[in-house]
Design a binder for this molecule. Structure first.
Ligand code: TYM
Length: 333
Protein backbone atom coordinates (compact mmCIF):
# COMPACT_ATOMS: atom_id res chain seq x y z
CA UNK A 1 0.00 0.00 0.00
CA UNK A 2 1.37 3.42 -0.80
CA UNK A 3 1.73 6.03 1.91
CA UNK A 4 -0.71 8.92 2.28
CA UNK A 5 1.43 11.13 4.46
CA UNK A 6 5.20 11.29 4.30
CA UNK A 7 7.33 12.60 7.16
CA UNK A 8 11.09 12.77 7.57
CA UNK A 9 13.65 14.68 9.59
CA UNK A 10 17.29 15.67 9.61
CA UNK A 11 19.57 16.95 12.35
CA UNK A 12 21.13 20.42 12.11
CA UNK A 13 24.53 19.17 13.23
CA UNK A 14 26.72 20.19 10.31
CA UNK A 15 26.97 20.13 6.53
CA UNK A 16 24.39 18.31 4.45
CA UNK A 17 26.40 15.58 2.67
CA UNK A 18 26.06 13.10 -0.18
CA UNK A 19 24.95 10.35 2.22
CA UNK A 20 22.02 12.50 3.41
CA UNK A 21 21.20 13.44 -0.16
CA UNK A 22 21.30 10.05 -1.86
CA UNK A 23 19.91 8.20 1.17
CA UNK A 24 17.07 10.55 2.02
CA UNK A 25 16.74 14.09 0.69
CA UNK A 26 16.65 13.18 -3.00
CA UNK A 27 13.74 10.88 -2.22
CA UNK A 28 12.05 13.65 -0.19
CA UNK A 29 12.14 15.82 -3.30
CA UNK A 30 10.85 13.00 -5.55
CA UNK A 31 7.98 12.20 -3.17
CA UNK A 32 6.65 15.74 -3.57
CA UNK A 33 5.51 14.65 -7.04
CA UNK A 34 3.17 11.99 -5.66
CA UNK A 35 -0.27 12.26 -4.08
CA UNK A 36 0.87 11.99 -0.46
CA UNK A 37 1.35 15.03 1.80
CA UNK A 38 5.03 15.65 2.47
CA UNK A 39 6.33 17.04 5.77
CA UNK A 40 10.02 17.64 6.37
CA UNK A 41 11.55 18.74 9.64
CA UNK A 42 14.87 20.13 10.88
CA UNK A 43 15.13 18.30 14.19
CA UNK A 44 16.88 20.66 16.59
CA UNK A 45 15.58 18.89 19.73
CA UNK A 46 17.39 15.78 18.51
CA UNK A 47 20.60 17.72 17.99
CA UNK A 48 20.81 18.82 21.65
CA UNK A 49 21.22 15.20 22.79
CA UNK A 50 24.80 15.42 21.50
CA UNK A 51 25.60 18.70 23.33
CA UNK A 52 24.32 22.24 23.68
CA UNK A 53 25.58 25.17 21.64
CA UNK A 54 23.01 27.94 21.87
CA UNK A 55 25.01 30.33 19.69
CA UNK A 56 25.28 28.09 16.66
CA UNK A 57 22.18 25.86 16.76
CA UNK A 58 19.66 28.39 15.36
CA UNK A 59 22.11 29.37 12.63
CA UNK A 60 22.64 25.74 11.67
CA UNK A 61 18.91 25.07 11.60
CA UNK A 62 18.39 28.03 9.27
CA UNK A 63 21.35 27.02 7.13
CA UNK A 64 20.09 23.47 6.77
CA UNK A 65 16.59 24.62 5.86
CA UNK A 66 18.15 26.75 3.12
CA UNK A 67 20.21 23.81 1.85
CA UNK A 68 17.08 21.65 1.70
CA UNK A 69 15.22 24.26 -0.32
CA UNK A 70 18.23 24.55 -2.64
CA UNK A 71 18.13 20.77 -3.18
CA UNK A 72 14.51 20.96 -4.32
CA UNK A 73 12.29 20.88 -1.22
CA UNK A 74 9.47 23.16 -2.29
CA UNK A 75 7.92 24.98 0.67
CA UNK A 76 4.70 25.39 -1.31
CA UNK A 77 4.26 21.69 -1.90
CA UNK A 78 5.80 20.45 1.35
CA UNK A 79 5.62 21.59 4.94
CA UNK A 80 9.18 22.50 5.95
CA UNK A 81 9.70 23.54 9.56
CA UNK A 82 11.91 23.38 12.64
CA UNK A 83 10.94 20.79 15.25
CA UNK A 84 11.13 23.03 18.34
CA UNK A 85 8.68 25.50 16.77
CA UNK A 86 5.96 22.89 17.26
CA UNK A 87 6.14 21.96 20.96
CA UNK A 88 3.76 19.00 20.63
CA UNK A 89 6.76 16.91 19.44
CA UNK A 90 8.27 16.84 22.90
CA UNK A 91 4.92 16.42 24.61
CA UNK A 92 4.11 13.34 22.53
CA UNK A 93 7.64 12.01 23.13
CA UNK A 94 6.98 12.06 26.86
CA UNK A 95 3.75 10.15 26.37
CA UNK A 96 5.57 7.62 24.18
CA UNK A 97 8.14 7.07 26.92
CA UNK A 98 5.34 5.20 28.66
CA UNK A 99 4.87 2.96 25.62
CA UNK A 100 8.46 2.32 24.48
CA UNK A 101 10.03 -0.82 25.92
CA UNK A 102 13.30 -0.25 27.78
CA UNK A 103 14.62 -3.51 26.30
CA UNK A 104 13.94 -2.29 22.74
CA UNK A 105 15.74 0.99 23.42
CA UNK A 106 18.72 -0.88 24.86
CA UNK A 107 19.14 -2.70 21.55
CA UNK A 108 19.45 0.46 19.40
CA UNK A 109 22.76 0.25 17.56
CA UNK A 110 22.94 4.02 16.97
CA UNK A 111 22.86 4.57 20.73
CA UNK A 112 25.65 2.04 21.21
CA UNK A 113 27.75 3.77 18.53
CA UNK A 114 27.13 7.31 19.70
CA UNK A 115 27.41 6.63 23.42
CA UNK A 116 30.73 4.90 22.80
CA UNK A 117 32.10 8.15 21.34
CA UNK A 118 30.43 10.70 23.65
CA UNK A 119 32.11 12.12 26.76
CA UNK A 120 28.80 12.87 28.46
CA UNK A 121 26.21 10.22 27.61
CA UNK A 122 22.88 12.00 28.11
CA UNK A 123 19.74 10.01 28.74
CA UNK A 124 18.34 12.00 25.80
CA UNK A 125 20.73 10.08 23.58
CA UNK A 126 19.12 6.90 24.89
CA UNK A 127 15.49 8.01 24.48
CA UNK A 128 16.19 9.78 21.17
CA UNK A 129 14.27 7.17 19.09
CA UNK A 130 11.17 7.86 21.22
CA UNK A 131 11.24 11.49 20.11
CA UNK A 132 11.72 10.28 16.55
CA UNK A 133 8.58 8.12 16.86
CA UNK A 134 6.72 11.18 18.17
CA UNK A 135 7.91 13.28 15.19
CA UNK A 136 6.46 10.78 12.77
CA UNK A 137 3.24 9.81 14.51
CA UNK A 138 2.29 13.36 15.55
CA UNK A 139 1.28 13.80 11.90
CA UNK A 140 -0.26 10.30 11.62
CA UNK A 141 2.37 9.72 8.92
CA UNK A 142 2.64 6.32 7.29
CA UNK A 143 5.70 6.68 5.04
CA UNK A 144 9.20 7.68 6.16
CA UNK A 145 11.97 8.16 3.58
CA UNK A 146 15.34 7.60 5.29
CA UNK A 147 18.73 5.97 4.90
CA UNK A 148 19.24 2.41 6.11
CA UNK A 149 20.77 3.53 9.42
CA UNK A 150 17.30 4.67 10.54
CA UNK A 151 15.52 1.34 9.90
CA UNK A 152 15.86 0.15 13.48
CA UNK A 153 14.41 3.42 14.80
CA UNK A 154 11.41 2.97 12.52
CA UNK A 155 10.85 -0.54 13.82
CA UNK A 156 10.66 0.97 17.27
CA UNK A 157 8.17 3.55 15.94
CA UNK A 158 5.98 0.68 14.75
CA UNK A 159 6.12 -1.09 18.08
CA UNK A 160 5.26 2.10 19.98
CA UNK A 161 2.27 2.71 17.68
CA UNK A 162 1.03 -0.87 18.05
CA UNK A 163 1.36 -0.83 21.80
CA UNK A 164 -0.42 2.51 22.03
CA UNK A 165 -3.29 1.25 19.87
CA UNK A 166 -3.56 -1.92 21.90
CA UNK A 167 -3.55 -0.14 25.27
CA UNK A 168 -6.12 2.53 24.32
CA UNK A 169 -8.21 0.01 22.41
CA UNK A 170 -8.37 2.04 19.23
CA UNK A 171 -6.58 1.81 15.89
CA UNK A 172 -5.31 5.36 16.25
CA UNK A 173 -1.75 5.44 14.89
CA UNK A 174 -0.96 3.99 11.44
CA UNK A 175 1.69 1.38 10.65
CA UNK A 176 4.74 3.21 9.34
CA UNK A 177 6.57 2.10 6.18
CA UNK A 178 10.31 2.66 5.80
CA UNK A 179 11.06 4.08 2.34
CA UNK A 180 14.62 3.24 1.27
CA UNK A 181 16.44 4.10 -1.95
CA UNK A 182 19.25 2.71 -4.05
CA UNK A 183 21.56 5.10 -2.14
CA UNK A 184 20.44 3.85 1.27
CA UNK A 185 23.96 3.43 2.58
CA UNK A 186 26.70 5.67 1.20
CA UNK A 187 30.12 4.93 2.61
CA UNK A 188 32.86 7.25 3.87
CA UNK A 189 35.49 8.27 1.30
CA UNK A 190 38.37 7.90 3.75
CA UNK A 191 37.12 4.72 5.43
CA UNK A 192 34.75 2.89 3.06
CA UNK A 193 33.89 0.23 5.62
CA UNK A 194 31.97 2.87 7.59
CA UNK A 195 28.98 4.92 6.50
CA UNK A 196 29.52 8.49 5.33
CA UNK A 197 28.90 10.77 8.29
CA UNK A 198 29.82 14.26 9.37
CA UNK A 199 30.82 13.04 12.81
CA UNK A 200 33.74 11.00 11.38
CA UNK A 201 35.46 14.20 10.21
CA UNK A 202 35.92 16.40 7.18
CA UNK A 203 37.72 14.00 4.82
CA UNK A 204 35.03 11.36 5.23
CA UNK A 205 32.20 13.18 3.49
CA UNK A 206 31.36 15.47 0.56
CA UNK A 207 29.23 18.45 1.62
CA UNK A 208 26.62 19.48 -0.94
CA UNK A 209 27.62 23.13 -0.72
CA UNK A 210 31.39 22.65 -0.78
CA UNK A 211 33.42 24.42 -3.48
CA UNK A 212 33.99 22.19 -6.54
CA UNK A 213 37.77 22.18 -6.04
CA UNK A 214 37.45 20.84 -2.52
CA UNK A 215 34.99 18.21 -3.67
CA UNK A 216 37.37 17.06 -6.41
CA UNK A 217 40.25 16.93 -3.95
CA UNK A 218 38.30 14.85 -1.44
CA UNK A 219 37.23 12.40 -4.13
CA UNK A 220 40.78 12.18 -5.50
CA UNK A 221 41.96 11.23 -2.00
CA UNK A 222 39.31 8.53 -1.55
CA UNK A 223 40.60 5.21 -0.27
CA UNK A 224 40.45 2.36 -2.83
CA UNK A 225 42.53 -0.81 -3.14
CA UNK A 226 45.90 -1.24 -4.84
CA UNK A 227 44.24 -2.33 -8.13
CA UNK A 228 45.81 -4.30 -10.97
CA UNK A 229 44.29 -7.65 -10.01
CA UNK A 230 41.18 -9.39 -11.33
CA UNK A 231 38.49 -9.85 -8.66
CA UNK A 232 34.92 -11.15 -8.44
CA UNK A 233 33.66 -8.38 -6.19
CA UNK A 234 34.61 -4.73 -6.07
CA UNK A 235 36.45 -3.63 -2.93
CA UNK A 236 34.35 -1.35 -0.64
CA UNK A 237 36.09 1.88 -1.70
CA UNK A 238 35.76 1.19 -5.43
CA UNK A 239 32.17 -0.05 -5.04
CA UNK A 240 31.33 3.20 -3.22
CA UNK A 241 32.85 5.36 -5.97
CA UNK A 242 31.12 3.39 -8.73
CA UNK A 243 27.88 3.68 -6.75
CA UNK A 244 28.28 7.45 -6.45
CA UNK A 245 28.86 7.71 -10.19
CA UNK A 246 25.70 5.73 -10.87
CA UNK A 247 23.66 7.79 -8.40
CA UNK A 248 24.94 10.97 -10.02
CA UNK A 249 23.35 9.72 -13.26
CA UNK A 250 26.32 8.20 -15.13
CA UNK A 251 24.96 4.66 -15.39
CA UNK A 252 26.83 3.50 -18.50
CA UNK A 253 30.16 4.83 -17.24
CA UNK A 254 29.55 3.24 -13.84
CA UNK A 255 28.93 -0.18 -15.46
CA UNK A 256 32.02 0.18 -17.59
CA UNK A 257 34.30 1.15 -14.68
CA UNK A 258 32.90 -1.70 -12.58
CA UNK A 259 33.76 -4.20 -15.33
CA UNK A 260 37.24 -2.79 -15.78
CA UNK A 261 37.85 -2.90 -12.02
CA UNK A 262 36.80 -6.56 -11.93
CA UNK A 263 39.17 -7.35 -14.81
CA UNK A 264 41.93 -5.57 -12.90
CA UNK A 265 42.69 -2.98 -15.57
CA UNK A 266 40.92 0.11 -14.26
CA UNK A 267 43.01 3.17 -13.55
CA UNK A 268 41.43 4.48 -10.38
CA UNK A 269 42.48 8.04 -11.20
CA UNK A 270 40.10 7.98 -14.17
CA UNK A 271 37.23 6.72 -12.04
CA UNK A 272 37.86 9.45 -9.48
CA UNK A 273 37.87 12.22 -12.08
CA UNK A 274 34.61 10.87 -13.51
CA UNK A 275 32.99 10.76 -10.06
CA UNK A 276 34.18 14.26 -9.16
CA UNK A 277 32.93 15.70 -12.48
CA UNK A 278 29.53 14.02 -12.16
CA UNK A 279 29.06 15.07 -8.53
CA UNK A 280 30.14 18.67 -9.15
CA UNK A 281 27.80 18.91 -12.16
CA UNK A 282 24.92 17.50 -10.15
CA UNK A 283 25.51 19.95 -7.30
CA UNK A 284 25.98 23.06 -9.43
CA UNK A 285 22.28 23.98 -9.72
CA UNK A 286 21.82 23.43 -5.96
CA UNK A 287 24.72 25.71 -5.16
CA UNK A 288 23.37 28.37 -7.52
CA UNK A 289 19.92 28.20 -5.99
CA UNK A 290 21.39 28.34 -2.48
CA UNK A 291 23.16 31.60 -3.27
CA UNK A 292 19.79 33.21 -4.13
CA UNK A 293 18.13 32.42 -0.80
CA UNK A 294 18.11 35.10 1.89
CA UNK A 295 17.83 34.38 5.61
CA UNK A 296 14.82 36.69 5.80
CA UNK A 297 12.95 34.59 3.21
CA UNK A 298 13.95 31.40 4.98
CA UNK A 299 12.68 32.69 8.32
CA UNK A 300 9.32 33.53 6.71
CA UNK A 301 8.93 30.17 5.09
CA UNK A 302 9.85 28.35 8.29
CA UNK A 303 7.26 30.37 10.23
CA UNK A 304 4.66 29.41 7.66
CA UNK A 305 5.79 25.76 7.81
CA UNK A 306 5.50 25.72 11.62
CA UNK A 307 1.98 27.09 11.54
CA UNK A 308 0.87 24.52 8.93
CA UNK A 309 2.53 21.73 10.94
CA UNK A 310 0.85 22.95 14.15
CA UNK A 311 -2.55 22.82 12.51
CA UNK A 312 -2.08 19.04 12.06
CA UNK A 313 -0.23 18.39 15.32
CA UNK A 314 -2.55 20.14 17.77
CA UNK A 315 -5.71 18.05 17.20
CA UNK A 316 -3.66 14.83 17.21
CA UNK A 317 -2.11 15.77 20.55
CA UNK A 318 -5.58 16.64 21.86
CA UNK A 319 -6.78 13.13 20.87
CA UNK A 320 -3.77 11.54 22.54
CA UNK A 321 -4.41 13.40 25.80
CA UNK A 322 -8.03 12.26 25.75
CA UNK A 323 -7.12 8.66 24.93
CA UNK A 324 -4.71 8.40 27.87
CA UNK A 325 -6.71 10.54 30.32
CA UNK A 326 -4.53 13.62 30.80
CA UNK A 327 -4.96 17.32 30.04
CA UNK A 328 -7.51 19.92 31.13
CA UNK A 329 -10.21 18.61 28.82
CA UNK A 330 -10.00 15.15 30.38
CA UNK A 331 -10.43 16.44 33.93
CA UNK A 332 -13.24 18.83 32.99
CA UNK A 333 -15.20 16.19 31.13
P1 TYM B 1 20.48 12.26 10.26
O1 TYM B 1 20.34 13.72 10.51
O2 TYM B 1 21.66 11.55 10.81
O3 TYM B 1 20.43 11.97 8.71
C1 TYM B 1 19.42 12.48 7.86
C2 TYM B 1 19.05 11.44 6.81
O4 TYM B 1 20.21 11.08 6.05
C3 TYM B 1 20.35 9.66 6.03
N1 TYM B 1 21.78 9.32 5.97
C4 TYM B 1 22.33 8.48 5.09
N2 TYM B 1 21.80 7.75 4.09
C5 TYM B 1 22.64 6.99 3.35
N3 TYM B 1 23.98 6.92 3.57
C6 TYM B 1 24.56 7.61 4.58
N4 TYM B 1 25.88 7.54 4.78
C7 TYM B 1 23.72 8.44 5.39
N5 TYM B 1 23.95 9.27 6.44
C8 TYM B 1 22.76 9.79 6.78
C9 TYM B 1 19.73 9.20 7.33
O5 TYM B 1 19.35 7.84 7.27
C10 TYM B 1 18.54 10.13 7.45
O6 TYM B 1 17.45 9.65 6.70
N6 TYM B 1 17.28 10.30 13.62
C11 TYM B 1 17.39 10.94 12.32
C12 TYM B 1 16.61 12.24 12.21
C13 TYM B 1 15.15 12.13 12.56
C14 TYM B 1 14.13 11.52 11.75
C15 TYM B 1 12.93 11.74 12.46
C16 TYM B 1 14.14 10.85 10.54
C17 TYM B 1 14.55 12.65 13.66
N7 TYM B 1 13.23 12.42 13.61
C18 TYM B 1 11.72 11.26 11.97
C19 TYM B 1 12.92 10.37 10.06
C20 TYM B 1 11.72 10.57 10.76
C21 TYM B 1 18.85 11.29 12.06
O7 TYM B 1 19.62 11.45 12.96
O8 TYM B 1 19.14 11.51 10.74
Amino acid sequence: MSATRIFSGIQPTGDLHLGNYFGAVRNWVALQEGAADTIYCVVDYHAITGGIDADVLPERALQLAGDLVACGIDPERSILFVQSHVPEHTELAWVFNAFAAFGDLSRMTQFKDKSGRAKHVSSGLFTYPVLQAADILLYLSDGVPVGEDQSQHLELTRSIARRFNQVVGEDYFPDVQTLLTEGKRIMSLADPERKMSKSLGDKHYVGLMEPPKRIAKKIRSAVTDAGGEARDELSPGVANLVGLLRLAGEHAAADQYAEEAKRGDLLYGHLKVAVADAVVAMLEPFQERRAQLSNADLRDLLADGASRASAIAKPVMEDVRRLIGVGARSINR
